[in-house]
Design a protein around this ligand. Sequence first.
Ligand code: 13P
Ligand code: SF4
Length: 341
Amino acid sequence: MTAELEAATKNLQRNGFLDLDVDPTLDLVAEINRLKKEKNAVILAHYYQESEIQDVADFIGDSLALSQKAAQTDAGIIVFAGVHFMAETAKMLSPKKKVLLPDLKAGCSLADSCPPHLFRKFREKYPDHIVVSYINCTAELKTLTDICCTSTNAITVIESIPKNKPIIFAPDKNLGQYLIKKTGRDMVLWNGACMVHEIFSHERIAKLKARHPEAKFIAHPECEPHILEMADFIGSTTGLLKYTMRDATQTYIVATESGILHQMQKASPHKTFIPAPPNNNCACNDCPHMKRNTMEKLYLCMLHEMPEIVLPDWVIEQGVKSIDRMLEISEKAGLGLEKQA
Ligand code: 13P
Ligand code: SF4
């Protein structure tokens, strides 16, 4: 190990990534593709990753599809181009495989909004309730969860629970309120939210809609209720993407993280996609966690096989049950990998 690599490895926990210089003349796409073959590695990327990362990935998808793929892959190494909870989920589903995340500090405000020790106390107040958690939560929270869900299968998961069984839904209050409206179930909600989906401005979207009367406004269910009320269509990232592919409209105002626009534009090159405006002029609908991953960090993490996701055995054993239940319910409902709507 070189002195530089040794120092970077020592600082890994503090930095979250291997802070090493990368030769700027290196063809990163070619290098990453070479490492994939050499190491029998698969790159799974979420739609919110920067476009270059999406283009070098073996599989791009939403949270559900990525977990299904992580459970099925026969690659020896899973490189997760996404955030921490997604890589943890992959590790729980494939505990014998090496799971790499280019930057360990690629977290999630929604997962952070539900600390397991506080949730444990909250859950104790409702001993007869079943716990459904959005997959955007920590591995430890999954050990306190009966069934996980994603935005693609949330309605299906809630509807699979007998009507007389009361439900706690965590951590996203916005998705929770949307689910209450869609399913008619009265759920106890944890008060969490995603910083990216809470930033959209009702007033600025209304003005944009007025300027583009031909456009449809589409939104992710992590958005606040007053934003969802304005939407022509509400869906997960995959749901939104597929909607723009099958719908005849030519212009869309899109209220979710801006990374999805890359696939929308690729699938429908002649259509126009406008990111929904946030409350101010910042780039707040870029997820700062998702965007911590870069091509350089991806390359370094594949080269040195670090940083790696490591979880205690008890967390994997107890937490994976809630993910397995979600995958079973999804499969039964026809939401398998190839069939997602
Ligand atoms: P989906 O991938 O389920 O659409 O969720 C979006 C998200 O916020 C992931 O962090
Ligand atoms: Fe978490 Fe929101 Fe970023 Fe998704 S977009 S990873 S929910 S902070």
